[in-house]
Design a binder for this molecule. Structure first.
Ligand SMILES: NC(=O)c1ccc[n+]([C@@H]2O[C@H](COP(=O)([O-])OP(=O)(O)OC[C@H]3O[C@@H](n4cnc5c(N)ncnc54)[C@H](O)[C@@H]3O)[C@@H](O)[C@H]2O)c1
Length: 332
């Protein structure tokens, strides 16, 4: 392989168009050579040098491809990842892994038997504020970590998009929880260097007019004894505070606001437990988590840098979440 990674995109909707394509354009070690979406009209902003497909089988025959980014609706992740791995390609696939345990296992088993790289697209690990959180914890600034809290929510009504697959059990695998919680679970394990051993979930559907959950609270127990909680929701008006990460320790706490998500920026504050003093913690306000995630993926292929998290970690967390989500409730 040359020092330029030739990439394709499978699923060219919101996240691929608004986040991955700009990241690809800025990365000198990557060249976008092909894209595939349901409708050719979706790909009209891509240059002529990018070959456009509407059929995955035809796309995978493109001879120049080294790697793909899979950003199709959740129920297609497994099929698209496995087909790409079988075509000899490296894969960066969007979260959540899949909509069933069997599909998630098939994806990761396929990745394990391949000689190519597989990674799940958990971009929030790469946010510079979260990297600072990791550093502060590593340096012992918080003392002994006791509890962690995440609040990650948005407003997602039935008509949020023309074909709103996010509120379709079959295509999304659930509602707010399956969509939003995977980011927080991966982030907390990454920041604490710890393993979640138990998840309990309360689900709700109290506002939105659809048949999947519009919110949930997850209770988390880590191997070290740390306890966590996570509020997620599609029922939080976007004008309210809705993206907060808090890590509590005996020597102090860190609070990150507006750092969870796809964009750079936000705030990070340390509160000293001895004095109660608040101190802002500086981080790179320009660095995009999406660009950094792409760089990490490229490094794992071109310079064989082993990522801190493995596909097995992804499957373990998905299995815990999926099993905790098995529910009796019928909303309507
Ligand atoms: N990491 C993040 O922060 C983040 C943010 C948003 C979305 N996502 C994830 O990315 C994925 C896509 O989300 P989105 O909001 O971009 O969705 P979207 O509906 O905007 O786009 C989906 C794309 O998949 C294409 N597609 C559907 N069926 C296809 C098929 N059979 N073959 C080829 N292409 C097909 C559609 O044409 C469209 O281009 C989801 O899994 C979602 O959970 C992640």
């Amino acid at each position: 392989m040359s020092s330029i990674l030739k990439m394709g995109i499978i699923g060219y909707g919101w996240v691929a168009r608004d986040y991955m394509y700009p990241a690809l354009q800025k990365n000198p070690r990557v060249q976008l050579v092909a894209a595939c979406a349901q409708h050719a009209s979706e790909m009209k902003n891509l240059p002529q040098t990018v070959k456009k497909y509407t059929e995955i089988d035809e796309f995978l025959k493109h001879s120049a491809l080294d790697a793909v980014y899979v950003a199709t609706p959740n129920h297609l992740h497994a099929a698209h990842t496995i087909a790409s791995i079988e075509a000899g390609l490296h894969v960066l696939c969007e979260k959540p892994l899949a909509t069933s345990l069997a599909d998630a296992e098939a994806m990761i088993f396929s990745a394990q038997s391949a000689k190519t790289v597989y990674a799940t697209a958990y971009d929030q690990r790469f946010h510079p504020a979260h990297e600072q959180v990791y550093e502060q914890i590593q340096q012992g600034k918080l003392g002994q970590i006791t509890q962690v809290k995440i609040d990650y929510a948005c407003w997602l009504p039935k008509n949020w998009s023309v074909d709103n697959w996010r509120i379709d059990q079959e295509r999304a695998g659930g509602g707010a929880i399956i969509d939003l919680a995977p980011h927080g679970l991966d982030l907390l394990e990454t920041l604490l260097d710890d393993t979640i051993v138990e998840i309990k979930i309360f689900e709700q559907n109290v506002v939105q007019d659809y048949k999947v959950d519009d919110g949930g609270v997850l209770m988390l127990r880590f191997a070290s004894g740390v306890l966590g909680s996570m509020h997620v929701g599609y029922n939080r008006p976007d004008t309210l505070p809705r993206r907060t990460l808090e890590i509590f320790g005996t020597a102090g706490m860190l609070r990150a606001t507006n750092t969870m998500g796809q964009d750079p920026g936000g705030n990070l504050t340390f509160i000293d437990s001895a004095t109660g003093t608040q101190k802002p913690i500086a981080f790179d306000m320009e660095k995009s988590p999406f660009e950094a995630q792409l760089n990490g993926f490229v490094n794992s292929i071109l310079v064989k840098k082993i990522p801190s998290r493995s596909p097995e970690d992804d499957l373990r967390l998905f299995t815990l979440l999926f099993n905790a989500l098995k529910r009796e409730t019928q909303w309507h």
